[in-house]
Ligand binder design. Structure first.
Ligand SMILES: [Fe+2]
Ligand SMILES: [Fe+2]
Length: 276
């Protein structure tokens, strides 16, 4: 199967990018499943049912999140009612919402390579998606390594195709986390820094890895926000309003190919798509 993971969608420019580019990418890459991090989709901070609806309508199957989870109070509706919306699993046990899910999908019958050539009809498969948050330079949550180990064991009884969005700041924590899960999950892709890294690879055990997917939104900016207020904040220390920037919108992410049976990744390719 082939999936696309999309890095943090920032504000309206990010949502518009998904609407414009995703249908084409679905065709071009013959995608079976699309996951996107939506933690900055509402005005650059948090997510609401309305912005989530826009993202789902554009062709995203599952939305993940991170430390900006609580920025919009309407998120409680999503946490309570939307099974395709995930928050980091390593919040304390009483936290509303879910940190993982198993989702059914059909492998596209139109994609024919040597191994799938015999397929006359679409095959029904399941993918598990897991969202966790790091703890280095981040708010203190439960230990993501321990929580992931336990959850992956549980998920592997349902499917070997497992995707993890690890929302974290420190590269060392991200690499160590992915190495820890190598061979147990199909892919670990990082989010949160909003800067796409160039270290995509498949580890020896078969887990695809990318330290950070980057972000989907205006790149003539500081991580998606207008440049001047951020500079002013660093110069003076005075809090500023950080409006979402407008220009040079890119869709950032990664396309990952996964063996349906073993769950091992066979290919990972970074995506950086400029809006037409
Ligand atoms: Fe974040
Ligand atoms: Fe973010």
């Amino acid at each position: 199967m082939k999936l696309l993971f999309i890095g943090d969608i920032v504000g309206r420019p990010g949502r518009d990018a998904i609407k414009q580019v995703l249908p084409g990418l679905r065709e071009q890459h013959q995608l079976d499943f699309v996951i996107a991090n939506g933690e900055n989709s509402a005005g650059g901070s948090g997510i609401t049912p309305a912005t989530a609806k826009e993202i789902f309508s554009a062709g995203v199957d599952v939305i993940t999140s991170g430390d900006h989870l609580w920025d919009q109070k309407e998120v409680v509706d999503l946490l309570a009612n939307e099974e395709h919306f995930l928050r980091p699993l390593n919040y304390p046990p009483e936290t509303p919402g879910r940190g993982s899910g198993v989702f059914a999908f059909k492998v596209r019958s139109s994609r024919r390579d040597d191994r799938t050539a015999q397929r006359a009809v679409p095959t029904n498969l399941s993918i598990a998606v897991l969202n966790l948050q790091g703890r280095t330079f981040m708010p203190a949550l439960e230990n993501p390594f321990l929580i992931a180990a336990e959850e992956v064991k549980r998920l592997r009884e349902q499917t070997k195709i497992i995707f993890v969005d690890f929302h974290a700041e420190a590269t060392s924590e991200k690499i160590a986390f992915a190495r820890f899960l190598d061979g147990q999950v199909s892919a670990v892709v990082g989010t949160h820094t909003h800067v796409q890294t160039a270290d995509e690879q498949i580890f020896p055990g078969g887990t695809a890895y990318l330290t950070d997917a980057g972000f989907t939104g205006p790149h003539e900016s500081v991580l998606g926000r207008e440049i001047e207020p951020v500079i002013k904040r660093f110069l003076t220390g005075i809090p500023q309003r950080f409006e979402v920037a407008k220009n040079r919108v890119l869709l950032h992410g990664a396309v990952i190919e996964i063996d349906d049976v073993s769950g091992n990744a066979t290919k990972i390719q970074r995506v950086s798509e400029t809006l037409p």
